[in-house]
Design a protein around this ligand. Sequence first.
Ligand code: NDP
Length: 259
Amino acid sequence: MEDFKIQSVLLTGSDRGIGLGLVQQFLELLHPPQFLFATCRHPEGPEGQVLKEMAARCSKNARLVVLQLDVTDPHSITAAAKEVEEHLAGCGLNLLINNAGIAQETTLDSETAQSMAAVYATNTIGPMQVCQAFLPLLKRAAMKSNCPGMSCGKAAIVNMSSSYGSITALDEWQRHQDVSYRCSKAALNMLTRCQSLGYGTTGVLCVSLHPGGVKTHLGAEKGVLTVDSGTKKILDVLSSLSAKDNGTFVDWRGQRVPW
Ligand code: NDP
């Protein structure tokens, strides 16, 4: 973990919950990223303000750049990609974490087309379009790196998934059916597999990550980990990912989750 060096990271949904916790953890690294792009829907809102205050407190060797990015709005995605490219000035983006997500407490009976579509738009289509927009920068990072193999420090996409999306495990089905959420994360997992085949050949590592049950707005009473301890563990896992993990589904302990 002490050796974990990463030049640039971009996070979606970074103004609260796991996203905000990850921003904090990256800034506390022995070698913090030179560029940490913390994106959120409402940078001018109260939660965006917290990020901006963190940015103002950053040391000279780490830059926290707060950008607007709504994963359901293609214009906002392309605008953010353009800004990131300008900041990076010819360098690539090393790590993209598709963290933004929503959940609806639904059952098979109560699920609707509208909620299904809304959850899918944020949790599945959003990450797909964000990856498409940032792929040139990720490829550039892979191409310019001298590091052998694959790693988050070189070029990687991490899709924040959930054990609820595991078709085999069907985690907590008796307590929470959450059909749209489960389907959106199962589809996200398939997206990760497809990306690992399509982008893996260019050196971009692609992984689905289950962060564990974390006490956030989304995790609510299901969470057992605090944001601080959960995100520390996520960073441990990110620092250890390599080519053997390309196209896999891992959890906060680094263990494989069954598809
Ligand atoms: P939170 O509800 O605390 O945070 C969700 C974040 O996603 C917020 O920053 C929110 O922004 C953002 N977001 C929602 N919709 C959009 C959008 N359209 N564009 C950009 N950002 C958006 O949830 P968590 O931190 O718990 O969840 C983070 C990820 O981890 C999710 O993908 C979730 O599925 C996954 N996960 C979480 C678990 C847990 O126990 N907490 C368990 C398993 C998976 P805003 O403030 O604007 O609403």
